[in-house]
Design a protein around this ligand. Structure first.
Ligand code: PEP
Ligand code: MG
Length: 569
């Protein structure tokens, strides 16, 4: 029997419209190693003293490698690598592991017990203010791999531009990626609104999730990643590469228009950027972005044993405000829980974390986290002299909006808003708007909660599709409430980055769109080619359909031919 030919293309769900060609680099998953796994030296089980030496050397090797890598890395990644190396070097940690081994513990069990003890200590200690629980876990995985002679897990050093391939990317993996060397991100799991996809948008690189089988690709082979079709192709031909080049050139041409966002008849639609760290905003200093519509502040809080201090937060917020140099900045208070777990929150293990303590609800268990963040924001506003817009995630009721608004106004912050991500908030958007100055619709979560489909599960991509007419209904309700009260309504979910969807959102009455900055030129181009009335007709055509694919098709059919051609929609 003839063997079936090896696959040449893998299919998943594409995020964005860009494409890239480059060599594959794998982010290796942590091997599942039982705590009693024996450690062999030259293939033989070794005595306690030999094992002690081996383990001690493994700590040294891990820290030396991380330090060497830190020297070669950019500033953002350097900090993560240095703090992990410092823990691998920690004398107390190492000597506790060694004394447990001397007392007869199996080496991996000894490492696990000590790391666990340190993690609890970090949570209450101020001796290691910058250390993160994730750094400790990374030390554990690296030392264990080293003593067992396995490849180092996690993100390898990226020395040239490459396509990062992983089963799944954790927030910790993402923090260790050097954006300069990432051409594309491909994962076997994940969904278009999972963390990896959102970060890919921020890095302005194409992303394909749910690409089953890609982790079997050999390291270093060249692939083409096409986010517009969700395809990963091995060894692309010259003509396949040319299609990518042509698309890149067309995208560059759109960059020349730096006018503010508006419809062809002059209705303004602010086009703003989503950012996660100060560096994202600093990259936009010279761009035509009209402001920051969503600053996701979680990156400051993730993987930490304790929340960042007020001073550290103020420094990060000021950096974003200064980079925007007078343009509006909307800062979202920390959205902990569910897909953005925070180690220091008092959260019980819940079967349904997305329906549990997350977003604004964490004030129930950890009120100090929001208090301190708001104080840091108030201090930032005074320091920079720039009026801030502050909004809360996961607001479900008008009373929650009132409570948040009272806290924000009590500190003198300029504008208060909330995100509309829960269907109840869209249904009651009018009463919510009576409490706040603006709302911003988070379509990623709105789709998850409207369709009862976990946004982390790629197999529900169809239900999570923001073109679902029911999701559009909720957006329309919120936009109508804003119009009735003369208050601004924005969209900051990933759907705002789709130029055809942007037309629909504007047609429904949305006044501003915030997205990954790389998507702004195409959205600006689409808006500039349609009048306000055109956008209303496009929105109505989409809303009249029964499913997401028909809704998109009905919208695309009404898009101006020159836009369809230029953007390839
Ligand atoms: C959203 O839910 O649409 C949103 C913008 O918030 P996040 O993706 O950070 O949950
Ligand atoms: Mg959200």
């Amino acid at each position: 029997m003839e063997a079936s030919p090896a696959p040449r293309a893998w299919h998943g769900v594409g995020v964005g419209r860009a494409g890239a060609v480059g060599p594959v680099v794998h982010v290796r998953a942590v091997p599942n190693i039982p705590a009693d796994t024996p450690v062999l030296i030259d293939g033989l089980s070794a005595g306690r003293w030999a094992i002690r030496n081996l383990v001690s050397e493994a700590f040294t090797t891990v820290s030396t490698r991380l330090r060497q890598r830190a020297v070669r890395s950019d500033a953002r990644v350097r900090g993560v690598l240095e703090s992990t190396a410092a823990l691998a070097d920690d004398r107390a940690l190492r000597s506790e592991v060694l004394s447990r081994i001397s007392a007869g513990d199996p080496p991996i069990a000894a490492i696990d017990a000590v790391i666990e003890g340190f993690a609890s200590y970090l949570a209450v200690s101020d001796q290691y203010p910058a250390a993160r629980v994730a750094d400790l876990t990374a030390v554990r995985h690296r030392v264990v791999a080293e003593i067992l002679g396995l490849p180092q897990p996690g993100v390898p050093e990226l020395v040239e531009p490459c396509v990062v391939v992983a089963h799944e990317l954790s927030t910790t993996d993402i923090a260790a990626l050097n954006p300069e060397h990432v051409l594309a991100i491909v994962t076997e799991l994940g969904s278009p609104t999972s963390h990896a996809a959102i970060v890919a948008g921020q890095f302005e690189v194409p992303c394909v999730v749910q690409a089953t089988g890609v982790t079997a690709l050999p390291e270093g082979v060249v692939v083409a990643v096409d986010a517009s079709t969700g395809t990963v192709t091995l060894d692309p031909t010259q003509s396949e590469r040319e299609v990518f080049e042509a698309r890149r050139a067309a995208a560059l041409r759109l960059d020349d228009d730096t006018r503010p966002g508006a419809t062809s008849d002059g209705e303004p639609v602010a086009l703003e950027a989503n950012v996660a760290i100060a560096l994202d905003a600093q990259r936009l200093v010279h761009s035509a972005v009209e402001g920051v519509g969503l600053y996701r502040t979680e990156s400051l809080f993730l993987d930490r044993a304790a929340p960042p201090s007020i001073a550290e937060q103020q420094q990060a917020y000021s950096a974003v405000v200064r980079a925007m140099a007078g343009r509006p900045v909307t800062i979202r208070t920390v959205d902990g829980g569910a897909d953005k777990p925070l180690a220091f929150l008092d959260q019980d293990e819940s079967d349904n974390p997305a329906l549990g303590l997350r977003g604004f609800r964490i004030t129930q268990t950890n009120p100090e986290v929001l208090d301190q963040q708001l104080r840091a924001l108030a201090a930032t506003q005074i320091e920079t002299g720039h009026p801030l817009r502050v909004m809360a995630p996961m607001i479900a009721t008008p009373l929650e909006a009132r409570e948040f608004a009272a806290r924000v106004r009590g500190l003198g912050l300029a504008q208060v808003g909330v995100m509309v991500e829960v269907p109840s908030a869209a249904l009651r958007a009018g009463q919510i708007l009576d409490e706040v100055d603006f709302i911003s619709i988070g379509t990623n979560d709105l789709a998850q909660y409207a369709m009862a489909a976990d946004r982390m599960l790629g197999e529900f991509a169809d239900l999570l599709n923001p073109w679902q007419p029911a999701v559009l209904d909720l957006v329309a309700m919120a936009a109508r409430a804003g119009k009735e009260r003369g208050k601004p309504v924005g969209v900051c979910g990933e759907s705002a980055a789709d130029p055809v969807m942007a037309l629909v959102l504007v047609g429904l009455g949305v006044n501003s769109l915030s997205m990954t900055s790389g998507a702004i030129p195409a959205v600006r181009f689409a808006l500039r080619h349609h009048s306000k009335r055109n956008t209303r007709e496009i929105a109505q055509a989409a809303m009249a359909q029964r499913g997401p694919h028909d809704a998109k098709r009905a919208a695309v059919d009404l898009v101006a031919p020159e836009v369809r051609q230029a953007l390839g929609v």
